[in-house]
Design a protein around this ligand. Sequence first.
Ligand SMILES: NC(=O)c1ccc[n+]([C@@H]2O[C@H](COP(=O)([O-])OP(=O)(O)OC[C@H]3O[C@@H](n4cnc5c(N)ncnc54)[C@H](O)[C@@H]3O)[C@@H](O)[C@H]2O)c1
Length: 246
Amino acid sequence: MTQHRILVTGGASGIGAGIARHWANMGDDVLIADVDDALGTALAQELGATYRHLNVTSEGEWKQLASQHKPFDVVFLNAGVASGENIFAAAVTESVFEFDLDNYRRVSSINIDGVVLGVAHLADAMAKNGGGDIVVTASMAGLFPIQADPIYGLTKHAVLGFVKSLAPTLIEHNVCLSAICPFFVDTPLVNAESQALIRETGFDILTVDQVIEAAQTAVAERSAGSQWVIFPGLPVTKAPEPALLP
Ligand SMILES: NC(=O)c1ccc[n+]([C@@H]2O[C@H](COP(=O)([O-])OP(=O)(O)OC[C@H]3O[C@@H](n4cnc5c(N)ncnc54)[C@H](O)[C@@H]3O)[C@@H](O)[C@H]2O)c1
């Protein structure tokens, strides 16, 4: 059996931890990269994986990582944050549009730069090694509005724009860039209070395992530029492209 080299950013918790667990259980060589060193180290020990500190917003740290590891076969650019402590925390505002420049830069840097820098520093080596897959954890908030956290929505639309625009070029070099777009998932990003609010609207919360299924689909299908939607009660589906585009 071929052992693949896998990288997962934000791999210490939630969806990233689920991805790390799944691919480690498959016998692959998994590198968990995160800023939460305690959680990441403990998970890596449990899974027989490797942990390294990586702040996805730091180009220097990306350069170091790229120079110290062989090209990856599959990269999950998954690290991401909401504007508040959880996805609905930003909803409580005192002005019509609560804005904090530092927080805006923090969220956009993790959610956008963290994806762009990852592709920028890993894709070339992957291509020269014969190819691979890069799967970005976007969100349904990249396809639809998210009134509770517009800055989060902005960042997720941005990464989908990047994925769709760059994917046709990368696939010419056998690097498949695609995205997964989950509805709300049971992770620390969506705390119990937020989950209760979502359930009040009549929708269920996804499990991490349901998101892993979409990540597996993205890697198995190798459909460049695709946005795999995961919605409670529905099978993993590709978001349709507007018919007007060539
Ligand atoms: N939970 C949801 O409902 C949901 C829905 C759709 C998309 N997503 C996306 O899924 C991804 C994972 O989120 P999650 O729900 O598992 O949340 P989580 O909070 O459980 O995990 C996020 C991980 O990212 C890490 N991280 C934060 N800043 C970082 C940085 N600068 N560098 C490296 N790592 C950093 C955190 O330490 C944490 O381990 C995010 O991109 C999120 O936007 C989540």
